[in-house]
Design a protein around this ligand. Sequence first.
Ligand SMILES: Nc1ncnc2c1ncn2[C@@H]1O[C@H](COP(=O)(O)OP(=O)(O)OP(=O)(O)O)[C@@H](O)[C@H]1O
Length: 256
Amino acid sequence: MPSAPALVVTDLFAGYERSFVLQGVSLTVTPGDAPLGVVGESGAGKTTLLRAMQGVVKPDRGSVTWNGRAVHRVGRDKKLFASSVRRVLQGDLTEPERARTVTKLVEEGLKDARKAGRTVNRSVEELLDVVALPRHVAQRQGYTLSGGERQRVILARAIAGRPDILLLDEPLTALDPAMRGDIAANIAEITQDLGTAVVLVSHDLELVSRMTDEAIFLAGGKIVARGPVFATLASGEHPELRELAAAAPLAVQRIP
Ligand SMILES: Nc1ncnc2c1ncn2[C@@H]1O[C@H](COP(=O)(O)OP(=O)(O)OP(=O)(O)O)[C@@H](O)[C@H]1O
């Protein structure tokens, strides 16, 4: 069986009309990789990087390739690319989605996986367990759920689709910290089992630390460091990250 395609970011310069955000970012994400965090101050370009990896933001210079092709020019492989590299936003279910039951929504994810030729040996119930949704919500329609519950259904559906690479942009904002930590650990475990590489953007450094052993740190449009979140911040080796470290929870200060 051919190996699943990697997403390769090479010396990427990208941004918007009047703002140059990423300035020479290189990164490779290969299906099966351990989860990777993306950390940086507000405005550092974390979301822009994920958008570029999804082909929504085009490179000004450098490239983002999937299966050897520029991601914003995948042409007739668009559907294949969308099932291979999936991005989950802080967003919400659409109006039509809200009319469907939780079971139906997660089944849609499983169907997507089958269409793309992937098997997910997990039931809807098991996927709901991953995101800590109690069984009794399964037959409820989306509009009867709380914001946090809807967010978790979106995640369960995305995982069910068994993408090669799952780009998560602040995926658990609506949840309380204790639940966030537990779900993060579950997601890290199931995606590792399924061979899905997760890239996680979050301001919540505890969450990033819980879900990943390694993160990249963005500052000034560049990756200025790479390593475990708290140990890297606490090392004091990166002056660009001083403010981030100062704003980080006590965990950073506790590390010698
Ligand atoms: N659509 C857009 N048009 C113009 N500028 C944008 C657009 N989206 C983002 N920006 C700018 O690009 C820069 C990087 O934004 P981005 O959302 O990637 O940062 P971030 O690190 O994800 O920030 P945050 O942590 O606050 O979400 C910011 O200065 C932002 O104002």
